[in-house]
Design a protein around this ligand. Structure first.
Ligand SMILES: Nc1ncnc2c1ncn2[C@@H]1O[C@H](COP(=O)(O)OP(=O)(O)O)[C@@H](O)[C@H]1O
Ligand SMILES: [Mg+2]
Length: 324
């Protein structure tokens, strides 16, 4: 398998008045071509900051990449000029987010918004071909009556349709990597399932690789080839999806599993949430950052931070229980 993206020791900090508060702490992972990496962890763990770091889309000038390497197609893209990065961001690497409505312009119809992206990134499409091209793009993302929908304004579409339009927009440049940050979180469960099927279809049909971010292990489980579990700014487990789902090793990953509602959910089989909260950045505990919430912690866990232990070529776990 050929790597499309490889992130090595990425640290992104919030830097108010000369202080450095890590939001993403020494994170390493990779995404193979035409595969899906699922990123999971509770809200506030640093998933979005990691995703935004990849193309330096960080909010404000107080959030900065402090160290690390982001290699994309054999180029270290965190060390190139903004002008060159612009050739990659929005073209080779595109994003979709939780709230499609906030990414669409309310005063332009769908056609005007999609045509602008086509004009920028698909100059080979002639003006007289644009309408037909855009209808095809909407068909590809499962929008019914595409010719009519092209003329609609965002508020005339349902939440699911808006997200489909955003997916169409993000696919027009034919990206090598699509970053989908909680793309189904704002949608009903049935629509959510349809969007997951759509992303899987696009991956198969176009060869795009996907970084799929969700706080919900359920959502990423089926689609992902690899899974990275994030906790308090760090990756605590990184593994082939099959291995992680069959045998989750970090107590936090196991906790995320227990949060999944079970089909035969009853009194005996109660949904057990992980007790407590994700620590705030700048306020991480000593030792293993998960230890205050960990049901199987022992003395060492409060004293020293465990490294990522490689259990096999396809599974790494940041837990002292995996140290031998
Ligand atoms: N604009 C910002 N400036 C400083 N810190 C931020 C900003 N946005 C988010 N954070 C902090 O960064 C950490 C990681 O947040 P985020 O990446 O959004 O988490 P997730 O996507 O996993 O929910 C959190 O502690 C959050 O409070
Ligand atoms: Mg987020």
């Amino acid at each position: 398998m050929e790597k499309l993206l490889e992130v090595k020791n990425l640290t992104t900090c919030f830097v108010p008045e000369g202080r450095e508060i890590p939001l993403v702490d020494n994170v390493s992972f990779f995404i193979n071509k035409n595969s899906v990496l699922g990123f999971v962890g509770e809200s506030g763990c640093g998933k979005t900051m990691t995703a935004l770091s990849l193309t330096n889309l960080l909010p404000g000038k107080n959030c900065k990449i402090i160290s690390g390497e982001i290699n994309f197609k054999h180029q270290t893209i965190n060390q190139i000029k903004e002008k060159d990065l612009k050739q990659i961001r929005g073209k080779e690497i595109t994003y979709i987010f939780q709230e499609p409505a906030t990414c669409l312009n309310p005063v332009l119809n769908i056609k005007e918004q999609l045509a602008e992206v086509a004009r920028l990134y698909r100059p080979e499409i002639k003006p007289e071909q644009t309408n037909q091209f855009l209808i095809k793009q909407l068909e590809q993302v499962g929008i019914s009556m595409p010719a009519e929908k092209l003329l609609a304004f965002p508020h005339q579409l349902s939440g699911g349709e808006k997200q489909r339009v955003m997916i169409a927009m993000s696919m027009i440049p034919r990206p090598a990597l699509l970053i989908a940050d909680e793309p189904t979180t704002a949608l009903d469960v049935t629509i959510q399932a349809q969007i997951l099927l759509l992303l899987d279809k696009l991956k198969r049909e176009t060869g795009v690789a996907i970084l799929f971010i969700s706080h919900d292990l359920n959502v990423i489980a089926e689609l992902s080839d690899y899974i990275a579990v994030m906790y308090a700014g760090q990756i605590v487990e990184f593994a082939q999806a099959k291995k992680l789902l069959a045998n989750p090793r970090h107590p936090y990953t196991q906790g995320l599993f227990e949060c999944l509602p079970k089909k035969e959910h009853n009194q005996q089989n109660k949904l057990k949430a992980i007790i407590g909260e994700v620590p705030k950045s700048g306020n991480f505990p000593e030792g293993c950052r998960f230890h205050p919430r960990c049901p199987v912690k022992f003395d060492k866990c409060a004293q020293a931070m465990p490294p990522l232990f490689k259990l096999n070529p396809d599974q790494e776990v940041r837990c002292w229980l995996c140290s031998d």
